[in-house]
Design a protein around this ligand. Sequence first.
Ligand code: ATP
Ligand code: MG
Length: 660
Amino acid sequence: MAGKKIIGIDLGTTNSVVAVYEGGEPAVIANTQGSRLTPSVVGFQNDGTRVVGRLAKNQAVQNPKNTVFSIKRFMGRRHNEVAEQEKMVPYEVVGSPDDPVKVKINENEYTAPEISAMVLRFIKEYCEEYLGEAVSDAVITVPAYFNDAQRQATKDAGVIAGLNVRRIVNEPTAAALSYGLTNKKDGIIAVFDLGGGTFDVSILEISQEGEEQVFEVRATNGDTRLGGDDFDELLIHHVADEFQQQHDIDLRKDLMALQRLKEACEKAKCELSSTVSTSINLPFISQGADKNAIHLNTNVTRAKFEQLLDPMLRRLFEPCRQCLKDADMKPEQIAEVILVGGSTRIPKIQEVCEEIFRKKPSKQLNPDEVVALGAAVQGHILADPQNASITFLDVTPLSLGIEVEGGLMAVLIDRNTTIPCQRKEAFTTASDSQTMVDVCVYQGERKIAKDNRKLGNFRLDGIPPARRGIPQIEVSFDIDANGILDVAAKDLATANRQHITVESSSGISKQEIQNMKDEAEKHASDDDSRKVAIEVRNDAEQLAYRAEDMLRDNGDKITSEQKQSAEKAIAELRSKFDKEVSDIQAAHRDLEKVLSEIASSMYAKAQAAHETETEAPEPEEVEVVDVEVVDAEVTDAEVIDAEVIDVEGDEGEAEPDSQN
Ligand SMILES: Nc1ncnc2c1ncn2[C@@H]1O[C@H](COP(=O)(O)OP(=O)(O)OP(=O)(O)O)[C@@H](O)[C@H]1O
Ligand SMILES: [Mg+2]
């Protein structure tokens, strides 16, 4: 039996996509605005309301400082690692150099996982609406080249959003999975994924072993700081420089103008994928010294864009070359190259890809959706493992090691090792009676440990005093199926597990994550209360209108006392519109009670009239007044919706319809 549904989320730099496995195949779920792509953007409005997706993107020009986009570029990064990225965004990035990056909005500070969690929660909610059931479990994808801290941060984001993150999957692997299911061919494939913020390349082997389809990643490589955002930036600087030369005004200094320019440049970039020249027109972009408006009108050609792009294109070669080398493959051995990510629509990028792999890349998959579809397949495998005839063998993208004498990096787990995996290493003391050892763990490919990403310090203490070199402490490094590292240590002499201090590589402790989750839930419940209040007020307003209509239309059929008491109840309800929800609800119930009494008496009168009539004329008009009858004792959930049929001498049809 399949378990509950596990959704697959592609949490992208620019756009996020979610899919679910239904009816034997994965399908993308559209958001409440009907769009299959949700911009990964969070907007903070002045009244404390938060908006996510398209609405947030729409407010970016008006409110650039409070609109957070491309947060994925900050995931799992310390402040001192993001100097370049920081310059590209209008919102304020804060935090001490060694701490995880934070974004400051209206005096509040948010970590990158908290912002991502807002996007994830939005996605979770619209999935729940679509599926009609609660969603708790998800598979989330990350660039294959994400390091431990970035993966951990993504997992943290899921937890803060109230999701049970069942698996972190590499984006190219997810894409290959989706490809493999539709093309049941064996062979070696390369996935070339260039999105909004990251570049990934993976080489995989797809094979059939009996009933089982096996996906084995041979090697992966990439650049987590290269994507469509950078290409936009090239055009922004080009146009802004040109404008500055003409008008001596730097548009980059005006946040609102810059945001408009950014949007126009992204649009122009996309247009240049299908035309050879396009124009950028931004009226009233600035003001001259004479206070006259200055408009921006310029033309960009594909040739110019490609020239600007050239240095970045070069950065695509090395990861691909290294990936082929690590997989021990020649380009000729790759049967198919699959394009993933919106930026692979750029013709020049397709040319580079062709030059590297010496064959035309395949464009048969939708580059925006294929990752989410693969994640949904992975979700299905986890939900229903017995029926899944797929085996996945992924790899860790970066080497893992420790700092040893001379500051060198001693590698324990090589990059491209199949995960999950475990390695053990014995450590000892450097001086007599030493009772603790500090071990520094790094991830990366540089020879000097400090040039790599430090994941944490592991301190082994409580070692019984002994001569140097005698204690044997075994440290084990475990990489789980998510590519996330766990560390344990054991004193071999005493077989005691040593106390070790593991600082989470994302830099956020479990307690902090819990606090962020509580905060997010509180905000969600504040949002819910706001929603409920709006609905209650709306319902009350509608009832008041309906009641007024009813009084007007049936003025001749009710007594003046009934009319007065209804009018009083309506006025009472209207006076509560700006009061507490419970006050509105009480007045709502009172009015419903009055209306239901009037309805009953009207019905009784109609029935009596009907009984005394011998020959009933044809009914002139049957008017339905929708009155909700409430028994004062019952709760809202038990409201009976009674329709009173107003009959004038009608025959036989006067039965009140009292089902719900
Ligand atoms: N026709 C096009 N031509 C050029 N670029 C395009 C085109 N369509 C989309 N893009 C660019 O693709 C990028 C978005 O791609 P995608 O949605 O795959 O990225 P993402 O998944 O959000 O990012 P990542 O995978 O890096 O985290 C944006 O920079 C967008 O401008
Ligand atoms: Mg992507």
